[in-house]
Design a protein around this ligand. Structure first.
Ligand code: ATP
Ligand code: MG
Length: 424
C-alpha cells in the first residue's frame, strides 16, 4: 500500500516546533485579553452565502479559493476561508448589538483556502483574528493596529514595516472608481494581463493589489484614492495618524494598499516582517469593515479588525533566529529495581504530579544503568532512584543529572525537597 502523506498544501506542526507555536498563541491570547477582547469559537464551516456575501464575489477567495461542498442534506457549506464573516454572523445571530458597544472578540484557528502552495502559503493555515464591532472612532483602528504591534514586539521581531492606507467609503470610493480609476485602467487595458482585465471588470480596486509583473508600472502611475477621499474619510485618516504619531509608531502610507475583500472601508493596513518569503512576508492584515454587519443582515454597525497568519509568524521568527521559551516538561525521572520499588515509584510519581511537579517513570524492567541513561536523555533535571535499600528505609535517592550529586531524602519529604530545589 502507498504511504499516506498530509494533503498538498497542509502542514504538520511537530513537537519540535511547538515551543514557537504555543508561545505565539499564548502571547496572542495575553495581548487580546489586555485590550479587552474576549475569546469566541465559531464553526469551521458556515453556509456558503456567509462568505460569498461577507467576503464578496469578485475576490480571489470567493472565486477561486473556497472549499465548498454539499452536505448529505443538500446544503451548500464552505470551510471558513477567514474568521470575520463568521464572527459577524455570530454577533448578529446572538443579538450582541444589545451589549455595551463595541463588542471585542477574537479567535484562533484554522482557515482554508485553495491556493498554490509554497513556503508561507498553505491550503490550511491558522489565523489569530481580532474584531472590534460597533465602534466608529479612529482610536479603535489605532488600538487594533497597536495590538498587532505589541504582539510582534513581544515576540522580538526586528525590521517590521507597517503600511497603512484609507480606501474610502461608499460616499467617495464609487466616484473615485467611476471617474478616476476605471477610466485610467481602461486606457491601459491592452497592456494588462488577462487576469487583471477580468479584475477590472469585476472589482477594479483589486487591480491595485495585483502581483502580475506587467501590471506593476500601470499600478505605479495610477491616480491614488487618498487624493479623492470625502471629508469624513480624510478626517478619519488624519485622526488615526494622530494616534500613531502620538505613540511614536513608525509606519508608511502606501496609497496603493487595498484589500481583496469588498467590505473594507476607510482604514486598511498590513504588516511585513524581514524575511525571505517574498509576498509571504506579510504576517498580518486588517482594516475597517463598516459595511459588513449590514451586508450580513444586521443593523448598520461599524467594525474594525485584523488577522495574523501564525505559520508565517513562526517561519519568520525562526528565520530571524529568535528563540522561544521552552515548553514545560517533566523534571523528575523515576528509576526503579524490583516490582515492589516499581509499585512505590508509581505511587510517588502520582504524588509529585499532584503537587505540580512533572514526572516520568521508566517502563519495563531494564537495568539500572539503562534506566539512568534514559533519564539522562530525558528533559528531567533529577533522577529519583528506588532500589531495595531505599524501599526498606522509606527513602529516595535524588540524583542531580547535571552535576551527578546525590542526596538521600525521606519519601514523605520528597515533594518539599524537590520544590525547594526547583525554586532555587
Ligand atoms: P496574501 O496577499 O498573502 O494572499 P491575503 O490578503 O489573502 O494574503 P488575509 O486574507 O488578509 O491575507 O489573511 C490575513 C493573514 O493570514 C495574512 O496577512 C497572512 O499572514 C495569513 N495568510 C493568508 N493566506 C495565507 C496562506 N495561504 N497561508 C498562510 N498564511 C496565510
Ligand atoms: Mg490571499
Amino acid at each position: 500500500m502507498a504511504k499516506f502523506q498530509a494533503p498538498r498544501g497542509t502542514l504538520d506542526i511537530l513537537p519540535e516546533q511547538q515551543p514557537y507555536w504555543q508561545w505565539i498563541l499564548s502571547e496572542a491570547r495575553a495581548i487580546a485579553g489586555q485590550y479587552g477582547f474576549r475569546p469566541i469559537e465559531v464553526p469551521v464551516f458556515e453556509e456558503t452565502d456567509v462568505f460569498a456575501r461577507g467576503v464578496g464575489t469578485g475576490t480571489d477567495i470567493v472565486e477561486k479559493e473556497m472549499y465548498t461542498f454539499e452536505d448529505r442534506g443538500g446544503r451548500s457549506l464552505t470551510l471558513r476561508p477567514e474568521f470575520t464573516a463568521g464572527i459577524v454572523r455570530a454577533y448578529i445571530e446572538h443579538g450582541m448589538h444589545v451589549l455595551p458597544q463595541p463588542v471585542r472578540l477574537y479567535s484562533i484557528g484554522p482557515v482554508f483556502r485553495y491556493e498554490a502552495p509554497q513556503a508561507g502559503r498553505y491550503r490550511q493555515h491558522t489565523q489569530f483574528s481580532c474584531e472590534c464591532i460597533g465602534e466608529a472612532d479612529p482610536l479603535a483602528d489605532f488600538e487594533i493596529m497597536s495590538m498587532a504591534w505589541d504582539l510582534f514586539d513581544r515576540l522580538g521581531f526586528t525590521g517590521l514595516r507597517f503600511e497603512i492606507n484609507n480606501i474610502g467609503c461608499p460616499a467617495c470610493r464609487p466616484r473615485y472608481l467611476r471617474e478616476v480609476l476605471i477610466p485610467y485602467l481602461e486606457a491601459h487595458r491592452e497592456r494588462l494581463p488577462k487576469i487583471d482585465q477580468e479584475r477590472l471588470q469585476k472589482n477594479p480596486l483589486r487591480v491595485l493589489d495585483s502581483k502580475e509583473p506587467e501590471t506593476q508600472p500601470i499600478i505605479a502611475a495610477a491616480p491614488v484614492i487618498t487624493d479623492f477621499l470625502c471629508d469624513e474619510c480624510r478626517a478619519h485618516f488624519d485622526d488615526l495618524r494622530h494616534y500613531l504619531d502620538l505613540m511614536g509608531r513608525e509606519y508608511v502610507v502606501n496609497p496603493r494598499l487595498v484589500r481583496g475583500l469588498d467590505y473594507y472601508t476607510k482604514t486598511v493596513f498590513e504588516v511585513k516582517a524581514e524575511g525571505a518569503l517574498g509576498a509571504q512576508n506579510t504576517i498580518c492584515a486588517g482594516g475597517r469593515y463598516d459595511g459588513l454587519v449590514e451586508l450580513l443582515g444586521g443593523a448598520p454597525t461599524p467594525g474594525v479588525g485584523f488577522a495574523a497568519g501564525i505559520e508565517r509568524v513562526m517561519l519568520l521568527l525562526q528565520e530571524q533566529g529568535i528563540q522561544p521559551p521552552p515548553l514545560e516538561e517533566p523534571v523528575v525521572f523515576f528509576v526503579h529495581r524490583g516490582q515492589a520499588a516499581k509499585d512505590r515509584a508509581v505511587q510517588l510519581a502520582h504524588t509529585l504530579r499532584t503537587a505540580g511537579i512533572g514526572t516520568e517513570i521508566a517502563f519495563g524492567n531494564r537495568s539500572f544503568k539503562s534506566q539512568l541513561r534514559q533519564a539522562g536523555r530525558s528533559s528531567a533535571r533529577f533522577a529519583a532512584i528506588l532500589a531495595e535499600g531505599e524501599l526498606e528505609r522509606n527513602e529516595v535517592t535524588i540524583k542531580d543529572l547535571a552535576s551527578g550529586e546525590q542526596t538521600t531524602v525521606p519519601q514523605e519529604g520528597l515533594v518539599a525537597f524537590l520544590q525547594a530545589c526547583l525554586s532555587e
